[in-house]
Design a protein around this ligand. Structure first.
Ligand code: TYD
Length: 210
């Protein structure tokens, strides 16, 4: 099972990674958590370039390809082998982040980006994706308050982050079988409880099917 977390910056999804991994382990699954960009030695080096505040001249196309390069490495080195072993891979961001940020955020050709993503991932799609939905203004305020997490992507204009959110909502609406929307403007405990309920529902539907 391949599960991804998506959402605007400051939506609190990263905070939910450990409790969710623990929750799934409690249900008897072997879980491998990872994050993007990064998650491999090469991917972590690419992450440095992407997040570096000095790289103000980076073009959207360069940015798109770098995210995809880190992802290609992660898919082959980590995700596919783990899935083949029957593990649950729980990933903090994946290809939908590129569609939301580099596609909708930068107003690039979505169909073209999908082709690049297909090349980078070999067509590997998550089974289930949770969208931590939040007004970007609130998300960015949260980020500014949390020490040391401000990066080159956060520094894009608010209008950019609004397009990212709308992009996410559109994707979720177009594929309701895969996407579950969680209201991220709640306490972490409430978010976690919503998440666990949805996961239980999904898992019980799975076992009914098999
Ligand atoms: P990070 O500090 O990991 O933030 P978060 O906890 O919100 O995931 O920074 C990742 C940043 O990179 C975030 O602003 C989203 C952005 N991003 C893209 O623009 N495209 C992508 O494909 C990915 C994976 C991330």
């Amino acid at each position: 099972m391949f599960i991804t977390f998506e959402g605007p910056d400051g939506s609190g999804k990263t905070l939910q990674m450990k409790p969710t991994a623990d929750f799934l382990r409690g249900q008897g699954y072997s879980v491998f958590p990872a994050r993007e960009p990064g998650g491999t030695s090469i991917g972590d080096q690419v992450r440095e370039i992407l997040m570096n505040m000095d790289n103000t001249s980076m073009l959207p196309r360069t940015e798109t390809l770098l995210f995809c390069a880190a992802r290609a490495q992660l898919v082959e080195e980590i995700i596919r082998p783990r899935l083949n072993k029957g593990e649950v891979v729980l990933l903090d961001r994946y290809a939908d982040s590129t569609l939301a940020y580099q596609g909708h955020g930068h107003e690039n050709d979505i169909a073209l980006i999908k082709k690049v993503l297909d090349f980078a991932t070999g067509g590997l799609t998550p089974d289930i994706t949770f969208l931590f939905d939040l007004d970007p203004q609130i998300g960015l305020q949260r980020r500014q308050k949390s020490n040391g997490e401000w990066n080159r992507m956060d520094a894009y204009q608010l209008e950019y982050h609004k397009r990212v959110r709308q992009g996410y909502l559109k994707m979720a609406k177009n594929d309701p079988e895969r996407w579950f929307i969680i209201d991220a403007n709640q306490s972490p405990d409430m978010v976690q409880s919503d998440l666990n309920s949805l996961l239980l529902l999904y898992l019980s539907n799975l076992s009914n099917l098999s």
